[in-house]
Design a protein around this ligand. Structure first.
Ligand code: GDP
Length: 298
């Protein structure tokens, strides 16, 4: 929890300061309520949430509402929205391996998240294999190899320009042969070429199904919290082109707008498995709705 609280401190500090600024020694009149709503929107909590907090604050105003009461309302509401989506990534034990296709725009933290997840699974006694399916960038392949060495996972990689579906196929074949528990597949995230990316991801899925028709068992979208509202668009797009089933939100430590997690939860209802709170291997937190709500509300 300490790590999560530290990770979202930029969001909670900004929100807390702004809330204090709006609420101290002031009546909750329309003007103050407008300012309150603005503060919540600035933290990227989304319109639906900002509207509800405003309405709830107004309705409790008669009972001598103070700044801390608004904070309590905020924490309650955030937890209520996050509860149904905050879930750990469950592995299907019948799947050998459980295949996780990791998708997302370049730079959001896909490779890092794969490394962190691999570390987590390995620590829980699972054997892990990584597939370097982003064959467009040499750096992506190199980075994945570094993470593989760090967490003791075999990395299946080909040279730059190789067919990503070929890498995925070979990796699943090898993982099946060796009885590996989890296969994490990295992919390219060149969203400016949406049609190409869709075809590429579809082909990966098609070849995986030749070896295991239940694969991929998870399509994990990695989102960068610092991109704010863009993250919402990315969920929409990747849900269309890749059938996203689960989410991870990274870089909460680098963002004062961590409220975007709440907007994502409220808009899409997809399970959020974990949040990234730093570049290190341990900077990865299971997503606990109450801890997060408490951290956000300050
Ligand atoms: P990819 O292009 O999607 O594979 O992204 P990378 O995994 O290479 O990450 C891009 C950059 O973001 C790297 O410098 C990572 O160290 C950094 N990064 C990833 N996750 C986090 C996080 O949770 N917090 C912070 N501060 N940096 C992160």
């Amino acid at each position: 929890f300490a790590r999560l609280r530290a990770g979202v401190s930029r969001t909670s500090n900004a929100l807390s300061d702004n809330l204090t600024g709006v609420l101290t020694k002031r009546k909750l009149d329309e003007e103050t309520l407008d300012e309150l709503e603005e503060v919540l929107l600035k933290a990227d909590l989304g319109f639906a949430m900002a509207d509800r907090i405003r309405a709830l604050s107004k309705s409790r105003h008669d009972k001598g509402l103070g700044a801390d009461d608004v904070r309590a309302i905020l924490a309650e509401e955030v937890a209520r929205v996050l509860e149904p989506v905050a879930q750990p990534l469950e592995l299907d034990d019948a799947a050998k391996p459980h295949v996780i296709l990791v998708v997302g725009v370049n730079g959001t933290g896909k490779t890092t998240t794969i490394g962190k997840l691999a570390h987590l699974f390995a620590r829980n006694g699972k054997s892990v294999m990584l597939a370097a399916g982003d064959t467009f960038r040499a750096a992506a392949i190199d980075q994945l190899k570094i993470w593989g060495a760090r967490v003791g996972a075999e990395v299946i990689a080909k040279s730059v320009g190789a067919d990503p579906a070929g890498v995925a196929f070979e990796a699943l074949e090898r993982a099946q042969a060796s009885g590996t528990d989890v296969l994490l597949i990295d992919t390219a995230g060149r969203l400016h070429n949406k049609g190409d990316l869709m075809a590429e991801l579809a082909k990966i899925v098609r070849v995986l199904k030749k070896l295991d028709e239940t694969a991929p068992h998870t399509v994990l979208l990695v989102l960068d919290a610092t991109t704010g509202q863009n993250a919402l668009n990315q969920v929409q797009t990747f849900r269309e082109i890749a059938g996203v089933t689960n989410l991870v939100v990274t870089k909460l430590d680098g963002s004062a707008r961590g409220g975007i997690v709440v907007a994502i939860a409220e808009t899409f209802g997809l399970p959020i498995n974990a949040v990234g709170v730093g570049e290190g291997i341990e900077d990865f937190e299971p997503f606990d709705p109450h801890d997060f709500a408490a951290a956000i509300a300050g």
